[in-house]
Design a protein around this ligand. Sequence first.
Ligand SMILES: [Cu+2]
Length: 408
Amino acid sequence: MLCIPFLLFGCTSFGQADTVISLISKVDIAPQYQLHDGNKVMLMGYSNTIGGSIHLPSPTIELREGDSVELNLWNLSQGPPHTIHLHGLDVNQQNDGVPMLSFAVAHDDTGTYRFKVPHPGTYVYHCHETSVLHVQAGMYGLLIVRPQSADTLTWDGGYAFHSERAWLLTELDTNWHVDSIINHTYDPLATTHEILDYNPQHFLINGLSEHQLIGNVELNAAKDEIVYLRLAGIGYLGNQVVFPPELNATVISSDGRPIPTALQLDTLEIMPGERYGVLLQSSVDLNSVLSVDYFDLNTGSVVNTQNVNVTVEGLVGHDELQEPNEWTIYPNPSTDVITLKAPDLPAGEYEIFAITNSGMIAAHQQINLMQPKELIHLDLSDLQSGTYTIVLATNKSILIDKLILLKP
Ligand SMILES: [Cu+2]
């Protein structure tokens, strides 16, 4: 393999990967990360840049199914070695970031993980070196894999959605975020590490808590808008998410895999390291609260609850494409073939779906619009009578409407 010395990363091969991502592991030398009570703590984390401060969580890695990836790590954290473990992603052992089974990157050194992205879903990445300490220190982030076909689908042949949110749940114990721990000297035998009891005082969603959630971590949607909520737990407590019943929360995936039968529920339990995909859709206006409990894994007792504001108002738009009112489906009700007319639709690749009330895809067709103003036809003669949601999607946008199918 051609290997060219590169300014930032010692050795980078060009032309091999569809996606190249570079992370730098860093450490704070003074408290910088601000908590809800105004106090600041020191972090150890990953960043995209040499300068600037470290954030919780570390940057989200976004990948596309099937792409070949080069993930570079440059360790600038002054002390211990680090890795990037791709939690839940099926890559080979050499590239999975478990130090004893692959490699670790020493201070001032670089390393590259190479893999082909196996499956769409929600994952987490974190350091696997002295991981109890380094994960709490801040070395974690979300990893999201989207399917090849469309950004508005959970996976090929899966569920269509209008918008998505991703929430990473964890805690923070300020006693672990002090100089002697965050800037600890590397000791391969770990004899000098004295791990304190874990008594977190901060209960985080995407690194924020309490009033910090307002305006940052909220669920604002329109009526009938389908929201795909990606949830992941990376703390040392369990989480229980309680949804307002009006959101019709439906769990469709677990740990990055579709579950065989979608599960409608109001309460979802998430254990450390687990990930879930949940579809939310309200048919009524709503001003409510979604709560996240943090509970002790030994005793089961709830230690803290964080509340996320939920607002549903307005109508779900056809607003991502122009001239929404021009989008029509006819005939409606229909008996078999429907015609979609959207005069201002640009030429290009489209996907059409007919989705049942329970969220399953009943019909799916790929369309290549050669010119604007072309009519799109969809044969639904194999489907049973009922109400369907018709979705027209591109990589970036989505049109959605209800159709009634009445069989003779
Ligand atoms: Cu580490």
